[in-house]
Write a protein that binds this ligand. Structure first.
Ligand SMILES: *Cc1c(COP(=O)(O)O)cnc(C)c1O
Length: 377
């Protein structure tokens, strides 16, 4: 089955009982038992819900894993995966990881004794140097947010396997349509499904896919114990969004390439970060490990004032956090998504005050280019 067909036909399609072609929303908390412990697969919706289950099977098949799990947000998904670890365990993490991931690891999970080292995972020697006796996993985000740095998933996963470590990949930016971490050797994939998978700025959700029965048992244990599950309505919305993921990602990709090329030739823009540009340091690697470059572009306009001017003039780029939806969004990472990262650390990472990030939507690209032209003039 080809990728676009899979988005429509994978998972549990429709409803056997009625023939409904869309999965019903099982808005229910508990299920009748015929006798104690005798039930039809579901007992309580934190443990399992049929609508959520349909989504979990779908994402598992799309990522080529063994089992999927749906959570109340991307952060709930990441945190639940991190709860596979315990006091004294150590994890190596991509340095310019999503701000919320940095926050939960450095300000919450550290209180439970989970240790972390943040390194540029784009260079394997940094990962090697960060390994301790208690290292249990390598957590990658590729490409990163907002600088779109690229990590070689296959190389890191092979290295991790040799050392007995798990490889975890945040696949939010690429989605399984463009990047398949499990096929490249990763053990666990996490998603903020709030972004491209949902795709319409109308649902907050997180997904996890694992590549083994043991990890499936372990993640389900955490999901059921901690209980940060996704509700049936939101599970249904996500399945609805995923059906059009293929056509949306193709449009995001084409539009972003055009805009990145336009920006790199614009005198008001000093730097453009987009992996589809031939001069991007991760370009060749992306061509090998992904089937598209995505819809995220960051560019530097020089100062916070210049960034504010641009924001005020744009018509089609909505100033908002988040990304990956049909409408184009714009943000200033240093003062928005990455504000929870201390300013010294932001400077180290290169997240300057003039850095602007756009999530290119699926509007007609000519309108987006005209809008950027007038706003940058
Ligand atoms: C948004 C995002 C998250 C967090 O997801 P939420 O759904 O907002 O909790 C994690 N990773 C990446 C790459 C993100 O963009």
């Amino acid at each position: 089955m080809r990728a676009k067909t899979k988005l429509i036909h994978a998972g549990i399609v429709g409803d056997e009982a009625t023939g409904a072609v869309s999965t019903p929303i099982y808005q229910v908390s508990t299920f009748k038992q015929e006798a104690v412990g005798k039930f039809k697969g579901y007992e309580y919706s934190r443990t399992g819900n049929p609508t959520r289950h349909a989504l979990e099977v779908l994402i598992s098949e799309l990522e080529g894993g063994v089992a999927g799990f749906a959570f109340a947000s991307g952060m709930a998904a990441t945190s639940s995966v991190m709860m596979l670890f315990g006091k004294g365990d150590h994890v190596i993490i991509t340095d310019d990881v999503y701000g919320g991931t940095f926050r939960v690891i450095s300000k919450v999970l550290n209180r439970f004794g989970i240790e972390a080292t943040f390194v540029d995972t784009g260079d394997l020697s940094n990962v090697e140097a960060a390994i301790n006796e208690n290292t249990k996993a390598i957590f990658l985000e590729t490409p990163t947010n907002p600088l779109l740095k690229v990590t070689n998933i296959e190389e890191i996963a092979k290295f991790a396997k040799d050392k007995g470590l798990l490889t975890i990949v945040d696949n939010t930016f690429m989605t399984p349509y463009f990047q398949q971490p499990i096929a490249l050797g990763a053990d666990i994939v996490v998603h903020s499904a709030t972004k491209y998978l949902g795709g319409h700025s109308d649902v907050v959700a997180g997904l996890v896919v694992v590549n083994s029965d043991q990890l499936a048992t372990d993640v389900h244990f955490v999901q059921n114990s901690v209980g940060a599950v996704l509700g049936p309505q939101d599970s249904w919305l996500l399945m609805r969004g995923i059906k059009t993921l293929g056509i949306r990602m193709e449009e995001h990709n084409v539009n972003a390439q055009r805009i990145a090329e336009f920006l790199s030739n614009h005198e008001a823009v000093s730097k453009v970060f987009y992996p589809g540009l031939a001069n991007h340091p991760g370009h060749e690697l992306m061509k090998k490990q992904t089937t598209g470059f995505g819809g995220m572009i960051s560019f530097d306009v020089g100062s916070a004032e210049k960034a504010d001017e641009l924001l005020a003039k744009l018509h089609y780029f909505t100033l908002a956090e988040s990304l990956g939806a049909v409408e184009s969004l714009i943000s200033v990472p240093a003062r928005m998504t990455h504000a929870s990262i201390p300013s010294e650390r932001r400077a180290e990472l290169g997240i300057t005050d003039g850095l602007v990030r756009i999530s290119v939507g699926i509007e007609d690209v000519e309108d987006l280019l005209e809008d950027l032209t007038q706003a940058l003039a």
